[in-house]
Design a protein around this ligand. Structure first.
Ligand code: GLY
Length: 365
């Protein structure tokens, strides 16, 4: 078992990673809230993971899918917490993927003006990203995650045993985020070279390595002043692809991590177009993405100007086109990227993605 600390002063906490890690939950509950009497467990009907908190516990189910991340669900949860008699010294335990941890975390942030919560992350995506760092929130019709709070968990549990039952596309989803971390090792003081061997590690070490990078970034910039934006490497195009996929009759069917994989290679191509990195470094991006068994092909039939519009509205863009790009000093935030460069790189990626276009060295497409 590995314990990765997230150092945030009096809001510091541990992420416990490894096979069977959820067996440590009762100890974590007792350590985090020695005065607690009750626990509200928030989970979804399809999640085959039960937890033992050592206290009187009520179970609260939220529906599946991104549409469950609504203010209505938070109201339902808070009302259920009140009926269950949850007090300020009690705890919420979220058991699930990013939808559950975002929802339960936001309900915990607001119920009685904020109570403690622990995340038991059951998807690969949640274990390496969503459950750590205290970003909680819900969607509104005007946009994803537009209402929320920074509210740090009291602990996070990443039990790698529970990944055994994860559907294939859930693995892809998590692997897209893991591929991102392969390029962010520089934040730990490594030489900044991509960690192409991340996949050779046992799964618990893969997860713990990603968690260590996320913990370091969050500790340096909890509220996303600048450095935390590095965690959005590959996400500018990914969010645009996801936004485009919401339109009716759209040809795109991509999960978040699959979109991030494409976005990582796109970001590398854009960095090359801007003279920041070499074509060999772009190839390394393709190899890492291919190594994680993900495609770097831009789906056909996309309107590039529409994608540009989504990228300009991305919430980290602030006032102009902002990307996280590799360069001589490693991966960094680059503001004011020229839209012609963005469009030209989309065209180049579309060309490379056509059969025979050579987008995916290593035979992966
Ligand atoms: N998932 C990006 C972040 O936590 O900042």
């Amino acid at each position: 078992m590995r314990t990765v600390p997230v150092a945030l002063g009096d809001r510091s906490y541990d992420v416990v990673v490894g096979p069977g890690a959820r067996q440590s939950l009762a100890d974590l509950v007792a350590r985090c809230r020695p005065d607690a009497r009750r626990v509200a467990v928030v989970t979804q009907p399809g999640i085959p993971v039960t937890v033992e908190t050592g206290l009187e516990q009520s179970v609260h189910l939220v529906p599946d899918g991104e549409s469950a991340k609504s203010l209505g669900t938070v109201e339902e949860l808070c009302r259920a917490f009140a009926r269950a008699g949850l007090s300020r010294s009690d705890l919420v335990v979220a058991v699930g993927g990013g939808v559950v941890t975002d929802l339960a975390g936001f309900a915990a942030a607001t119920y009685q003006r904020g109570i403690s919560y622990i995340n038991v992350a059951t998807s690969l995506l949640a274990q390496v990203d969503a459950a750590i760092g205290g970003k909680t929130g819900v969607n509104i019709p005007e946009g994803k995650n537009l209402v929320g709070a920074f509210w740090q968990p009291a602990a996070v549990v990443c039990d790698t045993d529970v990944l055994a039952t994860l559907p294939a596309r859930e693995w892809s989803c998590g692997r897209g985020e893991m591929a991102k971390y392969a390029f962010l090792g520089g934040v730990l003081g490594d030489n900044g070279a991509p960690n192409v061997s991340l996949l050779d590690l046992p799964i618990e070490e893969q997860v713990a390595s990603c968690v260590a990078i996320k913990a370091a970034v969050v500790a340096a910039d909890e509220r996303e002043g600048d450095r935390r934006m590095l965690l959005n490497y590959g996400h500018t195009l990914a969010h645009a692809l996801e936004a485009a996929s919401f339109a009716p009759d759209h040809p795109v069917d991509l999960r978040h991590g699959e979109a991030v994989a494409i976005g990582l290679v796109y970001a590398a191509m854009l960095a090359e177009h801007l003279g920041r990195i070499t074509s060999e470094q772009v190839d390394v991006h393709r190899q890492v993405v291919g190594g994680f068994d993900l495609s770097a092909d831009l789906p056909e039939g996309l309107d590039h100007r529409e994608l540009l519009g989504f990228m300009a509205r991305d919430k980290k863009a602030h006032h102009d086109l902002t990307f996280v790009l590799d360069g001589p000093a490693g991966v960094e935030v680059v503001k004011g990227v020229d839209e012609m460069a963005v469009l030209a790189t989309l065209s180049a990626m579309a060309d490379a993605s056509r059969p025979g276009g050579g987008a995916s060295p290593g035979g992966h497409s």
